[in-house]
Write a protein that binds this ligand. Structure first.
Ligand code: FE2
Length: 383
């Protein structure tokens, strides 16, 4: 028998109209005043306004905190926590992508524990849970709305830290595919690729379980089949819903199985160069796949099967290259063609990038633990 594994998830409402339930859920959680955490791009798209209307309809007051960068910074978390306390808020609602939701998670645990957000780095380092948190995602990719991860940017040391704790799992995820209709093609592609990488890394993770496998495989199917079509017909809500569901299932999988080398190396890039997360994942994914293949061949073959590839009976190397080709074609097909060089990464950055990637908690569940020299080689292959 496999060893026992836990599976944690928030209460989830999935479907068109879920956003409008924000007021009812906030009231049920006892809210009198909400801190609504969002960012300028999502504000322009209008989703916070819709959430505020739902809150007001239930008589719940609110204050907006919208100073969140694409890679949320520790300072932004600390200022958000000050705002939460100064305004006497009692519930947090995050509306946005991973940055707003991760920032909201940080604000929550800083408010209850009275410590600096960077002190929570690592696995299970949070003593007290934050106040009730409702997440309303507006991208189909990060799945911070269901995960026990928060990624925060430490600008001084140029690293991204990962906070992994059951305490940062939101209480409620209101997942409304309508919110993804305002994403442009670039954001749709990069967040969709992030979700596909979540599913793949969860499947080959050394902490996976039958429950996480189930969600991860279905996520691969949903995203691989539907993301390219969504880019051709971005106004098709049904299709948007399929990708959003894929992202949700990938999130349930990786939140519980954790991730691997792609995310560890991607966090390192994001911290040092402020690179977009979905883009750096996409640049690395096929190179990590080649490196990991010998340690997780059967699991990668299952991913290939979920993508509709005929790998059965093929010799190992041939199957690996078929899968790598399919992944590369897929990312190029959704418009992501950059290399590390195109993103301004210099060869001289590689040793520090590798050092930080090695220390990232996501590396611990990669199917094989690389050393610094091996990580450097993977980065070099991605130039
Ligand atoms: Fe990710």
């Amino acid at each position: 028998m496999d060893e026992p594994r836990k599976f944690v998830a928030p209460e989830i409402v999935f479907g068109v109209g879920a956003l409008e339930m924000a007021g009812r859920y906030a009231r049920n959680l006892g809210a009198t005043k909400i801190l609504l955490v969002t960012d300028p791009g999502v504000t322009d798209a209008g989703w916070p306004r819709s959430v505020i209307a739902a809150l007001s309809a239930e008589g719940v007051a609110h204050v907006v905190y919208a100073d969140v960068s694409p890679n949320p910074r520790a300072e932004e978390v600390m200022l958000g926590a000050e705002c939460y306390q100064a305004e006497n808020c009692d519930v947090i609602v995050a509306v946005g992508g991973g940055s707003s939701m991760d920032c909201a998670k940080g604000i929550g645990i800083v408010s209850t524990n009275g410590r600096h957000v960077l002190e929570f780095e690592g696995v299970d380092r949070v003593d007290l849970p934050g106040p009730p948190l409702i997440c309303i995602p507006t991208t189909a990719g990060t799945s911070a709305d269901v995960s026990q991860f928060a990624i925060i940017n430490n600008l001084y040391e140029k690293i991204k830290i990962a906070i992994i704790s059951k305490s940062v799992v939101p209480d409620v995820a209101l997942i409304d595919p309508t919110t993804t209709m305002t994403m442009d093609a670039g954001l749709t592609a990069s967040t969709g690729m992030d979700a596909l990488v979540h599913a793949a890394e969860a499947l080959v993770s050394s902490a996976g379980s039958p429950l996480t496998d189930l969600h991860a495989l279905e996520a691969v199917r949903l995203i691989y089949d539907h993301l390219p079509v969504v880019l051709e017909t971005p106004d098709d809500l049904q299709l948007r819903g399929k990708v959003m569901l894929g992202s949700l299932e990938a999130g349930l999988a990786f939140s519980n199985a954790s991730l691997g080398a792609v995310h560890a190396m991607s966090h390192s890039l994001g911290g040092r160069l402020d690179m977009a997360h979905g883009e750096s994942n996409s640049i690395l994914v096929d190179h990590v796949l080649r490196f990991n293949w010998p340690a997780a061949e059967n699991r990668y073959r299952r991913i290939g099967a979920a993508m509709g590839l005929d790998l059965a009976g093929r010799p190992s190397e041939e199957a690996r290259e078929l899968l790598v080709d399919a992944v590369v074609r897929f990312k190029h097909g959704v418009g992501i063609r950059k290399t590390l060089k195109d993103c301004g990464v210099e060869p001289g950055d590689v040793p520090a990038l590798a050092r930080n990637a090695l220390n990232d908690p996501c590396m611990a569940t990669n199917p094989v633990l690389p050393d610094a020299a091996q990580i450097e080689k993977i980065y070099e292959e991605a130039f």
